[in-house]
Design a protein around this ligand. Structure first.
Ligand code: SF4
Length: 160
């Protein structure tokens, strides 16, 4: 919902705190996700994620979330799908050149980032959208990838 989306970037620090509380908890439940099976956990995760992030961020379920690096503003609401913005078409009033009634997603992203402790991440270059993972859970993907990387690091360490 557009008004909630604007509210989210305005209160990006609050959402960042919530994210920082929930994220380690979801990571710590890795043994449970493994027991259930990551593939089986995918659907329920995606449903909950779509509901929660759809409400606050107009999430488009791109599969690779950037909210924490883009001022709690979803870049997939940019009509050009720009992951590293803004483009050169921002109107003088800060609105989008394609949707004149909508604030430029990247103007909102900068506003949100300025309120966040980790807001500097907006300067990191994002990889392009991977359309092959559209519709999948970004939450589950990051948990799976982070825990696999940790496991690999500890295996490599034990082999030394
Ligand atoms: S970046 Fe992707 S996963 Fe994150 S809110 Fe936007 S569409 Fe959803």
């Amino acid at each position: 919902m557009y008004s909630l989306r604007l509210m989210a970037s305005k209160n990006a620090r609050l959402f960042e705190i919530a994210y920082n509380l929930v994220d380690p908890f979801l990571h710590a439940l890795d043994p449970l996700w493994r027991k259930i099976g990551y593939d089986r956990a995918e659907k329920p995760f995606a449903v909950v994620e779509e509901l929660a992030k759809g409400l606050f961020f107009d999430c488009q379920m791109c599969g690779r979330c950037t909210l924490n690096s883009t001022g709690m503003t979803c870049p997939m609401n940019c009509p050009k799908d720009i992951r590293n913005g803004p483009c050169g078409g921002v109107r003088a009033d800060g609105n989008c050149e394609i949707k004149p009634d909508m604030r430029c997603v990247w103007m909102e992203a900068w506003r949100g980032s300025e309120k966040m402790k980790g807001g500097g991440k907006i300067n990191n270059i994002m990889p392009p959208v991977d359309h092959t993972i559209k519709g999948t859970s970004a939450w589950l993907r990051v948990i799976r990838e982070d825990n696999a990387a940790k496991e690999k690091a500890s295996e490599d360490g034990s082999g030394i």
